[in-house]
Every structure is written in C-alpha cells, then in structure tokens.
Design a protein around this ligand. Structure first.
Ligand code: SF4
Length: 443
C-alpha cells in the first residue's frame, strides 16, 4: 500500500531541525509520500524507522540494471500505466533469439541494424540464446553471441548448462531466464552467485506469482517475469495483469519488469511479429524477443519506441547542422529549416523524393516548428545568420542559393541584409510543394 504523509510523520524524530531542507517534519513527510524526496534525507531518522519506511515507500515496480559498464540498460521503475499520466521511465528493449543452428546466419543481420534517429543510436539491444538440449553446443553459441558485443539473455532450464554459461558471460551481467515452480531454488542460487537478474516463468499466472513470492522469501528481488508462451492472447493478458497488479493494486510481488518472447509465440512471420512487438512496446514488454530484426521491422518499431519513451512535453530536436540529401556536395543548393524533428522528417522526405541534391541546413530554433519558432523569435534573420556564423556554414558550402520556407517569406529582405552574398529564395508554403519547386529550379 502507498504510504500517507501522516504514517511517515509518525515515524520521524519530529525535531523540526530543517536539516532535510524542509521547514517542518510534516512538510518533509508529505514530500516523501508524494515521492519527491527520499526518506533518507532526514539524517536523524532511526534505523528501524528507515527500514520500515524504505520497504513501504519503495516504488511499486523494481528498477533493475542489466549489462556491464560499457552497455548498461535500465528495466522497470515505472510508476504509471499510461504514458499520458507521466513519462515512462525505461524503454522496451528488443532482442533477437538465436540457437546453435541459426546463430551464424543471424549474427551479421543483428549487427547490420545500427543507425541514428534524433540523437538515439538504434541497435538490437540484446541477444536471446536458447538452450535446445545440447550443453556443448549451447556454450559454443553463448561464446559466439558474446562476440557480438550485446547483452545476453540465457534462456535455459538446465541448471548445469546455466551455470556453465554464466561462467563464460557473468561479468557482462546477462539475464538468466529459466526459473519456474520446479527449479526455482537451484536457479535462485545460480543467479545470486553470479549476481545476475533472474527470469521467472511458470505454467500460469498464479504459479508465477507463487514462485516470485518464494524467490522474494529467499531474499531475491532481482527478478524479471516471463509472461509465457502458451498463446499470444495469454501473453498479452499476463503482461497487462502483471503491470496493473503492480501499479494499480500496489502488489509488489508483481512489481517486476517483463519478458515477452514473440519468437516462440509467433514463429517466422515478420509482419505479425512487428505488429505484436508494437503492441507489447505499449503494454508492457520490458524485453521483447523477436525471431529476426530487419530494417523493415526496426524503422517503425524503434520510431514508435522513441515516441513512447520520450517526454511528450519536450519536443524532439535534430542536431543543428548541414544534412546533405540525395548526395549533395558543396555546390548544391542550400535550404534552411528548424530543428523540430517532425518538421525535419517531413521536409527531408519531400526533398529526398525530388531526387535533387540539397544541403538541408537545420538551424537551432529551440525545437519548435517553423511558424511557432518564428513567432517566438527563434527562427529569424538574426538567429539564422548567427547560426550560419557559429556553425561556419559558409566554410562548408560553396553555393550561395538559400531556400527558405514559404511560411516565413517575410524573412527574405532581412536575410539578404544579414547574409550578404546569399540569394534568398522563397519556397512553397507546404513541404509537399518542394518536390516540384526543386525540379523547376534553375540555379
Ligand atoms: Fe524533521 Fe528530519 Fe527534516 Fe529535521 S531533518 S526537520 S528531524 S524530517
């Protein structure tokens, strides 16, 4: 249950000493109840009260870390069910499943997915190595997967094979996914000894719940719940029920991140898998395992994830710089736009469609769209010419033709004054018109 301010206040020393930065202990207690300050900020609180409050005021969902220093990932720590209530905390991670028979074919494709979208590097985050009955081959596959430089999930129910695999990769903090109602004691021991997150599954939700409670009773709260692979319907129902139980009903035994194995649920249907991966990105797959990853899957999926797991209050911004389109060189016509990511993608797409080489200059405009930034004074002749100087645009391009959005045609005169030597060209009002404009342009 969530603690109320009064419950917390009763456990405080009540000296109103202000060491916590609050005028009274009651003010401090109210802030702890809201989650805006940590209980240990009161230096005078007793150890017993601290233990009591830390447990009860712990977030409803555990936040875990997997991976080693070079590539760590956060899982869980969510506080709300819906993204419109508050920004989600830990983005879904995408994994590709491999076994001894397919790893050689899949590894090059896994490494191929590597691109940047609005400052975020998009790669296959994790590799799920599946044990299929042969320990020697499993260990060989683990070694090969380790070489790909991704954090691993070891999907194995054989304790011997699990232990041997962890001897190889435990320093890289993989996930050991294999505990269930039949083997939880030995898997708990193996995971704790290796210091890794333990994946817990089971034949149904009640069984999983009981196994999690047994593991918690044994002192292990470094867990992730496998929502199962009985059917797509069951997996989705489980993922939603687990998250609702944790966040709505404050049931901490379900307050763990989840693993969804679409490789097992779907098989080799890329379109269905991509569609389902989108569904589980929204509700509530912390790790989503796919059979494969191609650009046809990655582009929509990673774009969706980026939209879901960013603060809706903060506009997504492109890095202000020159973006050469269609093989543009220093002689190609220049065009200027704002750094709002949506504007960039719309105009960039239309320019690509024209086939004409263009140097698209993204100016620092505070992350707003063309008209909003113009109205706010962030996309003006002054700001554009200042950016041109700071970014040394004239040193990077030889063309002096500069296309500006039609909606800010009013800037033409001022830009001609502030950027001497440049020919300012007014483009169409809408991005869609730029294809014809560029094709008709005779530089
Ligand atoms: Fe009260 Fe502790 Fe804050 Fe002092 S530091 S005012 S005792 S809550």
């Amino acid at each position: 249950m969530a603690l109320k301010g009064l419950d917390i206040f009763k456990l405080l020393p009540k000296t109103n000493c202000k060491k916590c930065g609050n005028p009274t202990c009651m003010a401090f207690a109210m802030k702890v109840a809201q989650g805006s300050i940590a209980i240990d900020k009161c230096p005078d609180i007793s150890a017993e009260a601290l233990a009591q409050l830390s447990d009860a005021s712990a977030p409803p969902m555990k936040a875990l870390t997997i991976g080693d220093g070079g590539k760590q990932y956060k899982l869980g720590g969510e506080t709300v069910l819906f993204r419109h209530d508050k920004t989600f905390v830990s983005k879904s991670l995408y994994a590709v499943a491999v076994c001894q028979d397919c790893i050689d074919e899949k590894l090059p494709k896994i490494k191929e997915i590597d691109y940047d979208r609005i400052g975020e590097r998009m790669i296959v985050d994790l590799i799920n190595v599946e044990f299929t009955g042969d320990k020697a081959k499993f260990l060989d596959t683990v070694k090969k997967a380790q070489g790909a430089g991704r954090t691993l999930i070891l999907e194995v129910k054989d304790a011997d094979a699990a232990k041997a695999a962890l001897d190889i990769v435990k320093a890289e903090k993989p996930v050991l996914n294999g505990a269930d109602e039949t083997n939880w004691e030995i898997f708990n021991k193996i995971a704790v000894e290796a210091g890794v997150v333990l994946g817990v599954g089971g034949k149904d939700l009640d069984t999983i719940y009981e196994t999690v409670q047994k593991l918690e009773g044994a002192g292990n709260k470094n867990l992730i719940i496998d929502v199962g692979s009985v059917s797509i319907k069951d997996a989705f129902a489980n993922a939603v029920q687990i998250r609702r139980a944790a966040l709505k009903d404050q049931d901490r035994s379900f307050g763990y991140p989840s693993i969804v194995n679409l490789h097992k649920l779907v098989g080799n249907d890329e379109n269905l898998e991509t569609a389902l991966a989108s569904v589980f990105t929204l509700k509530y797959g912390s790790i989503i395992i796919l059979s494969n990853m191609s650009y046809a899957t990655a582009l929509p999926l990673y774009g969706l994830r980026q939209n879901i797991y960013t603060d809706p209050q903060k506009p997504m911004k492109m890095e202000p710089k020159i973006y050469p389109i269609n093989g543009a060189d220093a002689e190609s016509i220049c065009a200027v736009t704002v750094d709002f990511a949506l504007t960039y993608f719309v105009i960039n797409g239309e320019m690509e469609r024209s086939g004409i080489p263009v140097n698209l200059i993204v100016s620092d405009a505070g992350g707003y769209s063309v008209l909003t930034s113009w109205a706010a004074g962030k996309f003006s002749a002054g700001t554009i010419s200042k950016f041109f100087k700071e970014a040394n645009i004239e040193g990077q391009v030889k063309s002096r033709n500069l296309l500006i959005p039609g909606k800010v045609a009013v800037l033409k005169g001022e830009l001609e004054e502030s950027l001497p030597g440049w020919k300012i060209l007014v483009g169409p009002n809408e991005a869609v018109g730029v294809v014809k404009w560029l094709k008709d342009f005779k530089g």
